[in-house]
Design a protein around this ligand. Structure first.
Ligand code: PLP
Length: 420
């Protein structure tokens, strides 16, 4: 019996149940993934026990002989992998990392320009219910409502420029949580330069694709790069801020002592491991496969009458407007969940329904690709989604069994390592 089982059988049972759930279901939430056994192991170590406020070589506590080396390795690997001059690996997660950016460059009440949440942006890009939208003045851009298949549903860069010239933001965010298309970093950089704003590329969703060469890099265009480490990058829950030397000091001071206390050293170690994994040739293949799978799944869904926002995808995710199927997003997401296909309901641009009961679902391929599932399985996945969204309870039961069978054929990384 494990220590956890004997000390706390309730939590042990729930962890085991979650592991079974992750093993048996087709996980299509684009911000999720399966970390490797090595990443999992690193994040559950005695590094948990150590306080280390400050940065390597400049700590406020003694006994940093090993911790300094762990954090230095993580920093050096981030710099090498992304080709940046500076990296801070201490932010607790993506939202605190972005808040550190505000602290570094803005005063309360200053203007920030970001993509609106219902258009695909993130809460922390100045949206009203977030501290970033109430302590700062958030101005929001969106995607094009009209146009042909090349422009509809794509980021409206004319609007970004107009708003930037009119509102004079100190910081501009590009990137988001439901953006299925390539982010045009050079175009954003030109606008930011024109108005003297700091450009922040929030690559939380696509960091693994950038690292693996499957999405253009913001390096050389963005002043600051913010990312989580747990989405396509396939590391532990955490975040990083990267920049040129010019902004290094401001960002470091904003993270500590501006916003945080001691870094989570067990997470830093796991980030270092994930960065090492992401610098290998295998990971480049993974990143490319994530995109091929998403494209194949998009084509199969479109062929079955699904309405893809922007008409398709360039990256790991698909945003689907279910209005054409006559099924609300939440109803579809709950039916799919019962069938062992895990997605999230999501607003679509210009949604006529409420955020808690929107018209769309958002799906992505990072997790299934980590299991080794390839593009040849996408017709099957699209067929399941179609049958469940438009079908009844009997269909759900059937699909659940078929999904479980495919999942057994492609065991997920990391999970079996935990089985006692
Ligand atoms: C996920 C995400 C974040 C926030 O990360 P958390 O770790 O959930 O706080 C920030 N920005 C973008 C674009 C994201 O997708």
């Amino acid at each position: 019996m494990s220590a956890l089982q004997s000390t706390d059988p309730e939590i042990a049972a729930l962890v085991a149940a979650e592991e079974r759930l992750q093993a048996d279901t087709l996980r299509l939430i684009p911000s999720e993934n399966y970390v490797s056994a090595a990443v999992l192991e690193a994040s559950g170590t005695v590094l948990q026990n150590k306080y280390s406020e400050g940065y390597p070589g400049k700590r406020y506590y003694e006994g940093q002989q090993n911790i300094d080396q762990v954090e230095t390795l993580a920093i050096e690997r981030a710099k090498a992998l992304f080709g940046v001059e500076h990296a801070n690996v201490q932010p607790y997660s993506g939202s605190p990392a972005n808040l550190a950016v505000y602290l570094a460059f803005l005063k309360p009440g200053d203007t920030v320009l970001g993509m609106a949440l219902p258009m695909g942006g993130h809460l922390t890009h100045g949206w009203g219910v977030s501290a970033t939208g109430s302590w700062f003045r958030g101005v929001q851009y969106g995607v094009r409502r009209d146009g042909d298949s090349e422009t509809r549903g794509r980021t409206d860069l004319d609007q970004v420029r107009e708003l930037a010239l009119k509102e004079r933001p100190k910081v501009i965010f590009c990137g988001g949580t439901a953006v299925p298309r390539t982010i045009d970093f050079p175009a954003f950089a030109e606008i930011a330069r024109e108005v003297g704003a700091v450009l922040v590329a929030d690559i939380a969703h696509i960091a693994g694709l950038v690292a693996g060469g499957a999405h253009p890099s913001p390096v050389g265009y963005a002043d600051v790069i913010s990312t989580t480490t747990h989405k396509t990058l396939r590391g532990p829950r955490g975040a990083m801020l990267m920049s040129t030397e010019e902004h290094a000091r401001a960002l470091d001071r904003a993270v500590f002592p501006g916003l945080q206390g001691g870094p989570h050293n067990q997470t830093t170690a796991a980030i270092a491991v994930a960065l090492r994994e992401a610098s290998g040739e295998e990971f480049r293949g993974y990143a490319r496969q994530v995109v091929s799978n998403a494209r194949a799944l998009g084509e199969e869904l479109a062929a079955r009458g699904f309405d893809l926002v922007s008409g398709g995808t360039d990256n790991h995710l698909l945003l689907i407007d279910l209005s054409s199927k006559g099924v609300p997003g939440k109803v579809a997401a709950k039916a799919l969940d019962r069938a062992g296909i895990v997605v999230n309901y999501n607003s679509v641009p210009y949604d006529t329904r409420k955020p808690f009961d929107p018209s769309g679902i958002r799906i992505g391929t990072p997790s299934l690709t980590s299991r080794g599932i390839g593009a040849d399985a996408m017709p099957q996945v699209a067929e399941w989604i179609d049958r469940v969204v438009t079908g009844d309870g009997e269909v759900v039961t059937k699909v659940r069994a078929e999904v479980a069978e495919l999942m057994r054929a492609y065991p997920a990384p990391g999970l079996s390592a935990l089985r006692p």
